[in-house]
Design a protein around this ligand. Structure first.
Ligand code: HEM
Ligand code: HEM
Length: 144
């Protein structure tokens, strides 16, 4: 199970990052051009949300079965002094979680009764921050 989930968690970022960057550009352009928030815009946000929630679910399972994190949990004190262990046991999950909360919040707001320009703004700002957080805590030494 571990190997399969690890491969899935390693493949999903290609899709997730592509969809995130496209959604960011689309909502930024729509904001600039004062476009309506259409059903297509809502669906873009939904696809991104589903990919993010899937990645979160797989990540949560990996967190408890991965040999990297389980070895970190056996001695958290020394793990916090090791930059690789600290990345997997703390920084990566926390930052990715914040990014996923931002993506989810942007989708929720886009369903609310607020004006279309605000919807596009909440989306592009949230997506931009989420992108920066994700890129900052991807384990670049092992990925892609
Ligand atoms: C936007 C969300 C996320 C992205 C883009 C992401 C991306 C990645 C990438 C690229 C790797 C390296 C995979 C490899 O070795 O080839 C990784 C590893 C890992 N991620 Fe995530 N991740 C996300 C969310 C999470 C979350 C929310 C958790 C935990 C709650 C998590 C836990 C882990 C763990 C434990 C590993 C190490 C697995 C191992 O090598 O044994 N990830 N992640
Ligand atoms: C730890 C796992 C998960 C957590 C904590 C979580 C949390 C949430 C939350 C809080 C929302 C509400 C967003 C809103 O206000 O509209 C939501 C919506 C949603 N989630 Fe998840 N989710 C998880 C896993 C998944 C998985 C595995 C999937 C499917 C692949 C999924 C698909 C969805 C979809 C489609 C919606 C949007 C429903 C709508 O149209 O309003 N989630 N999730």
């Amino acid at each position: 199970m571990y190997t399969g989930l690890k491969h899935l968690h390693s493949f999903m970022p290609y899709l997730l990052l592509t969809v995130l960057i496209l959604a960011l550009l689309k909502s930024f352009i729509a904001y600039q051009k004062n476009q309506k928030h259409t059903e297509a815009h809502r669906k873009n946000g939904l696809i991104l949300l589903i990919l993010a929630h899937l990645q979160l679910t797989i990540g949560l399972v990996l967190y408890f079965v991965s040999p990297i994190t389980t070895s970190a949990f056996s001695d958290m004190g020394s793990a916090m002094k090791d930059s690789t262990l600290r990345l997997y046991a703390l920084e990566h999950p926390v930052m990715m979680l914040i990014a996923i909360v931002l993506i989810t919040r942007a989708y929720s707001k886009s369903k609310k009764d607020i004006d279309d320009r605000t919807k596009h703004k909440v989306k592009w700002v949230s997506y931009l921050i989420a992108l920066v957080l994700i890129l900052s805590k991807i384990p670049w030494s092992v990925w892609p």
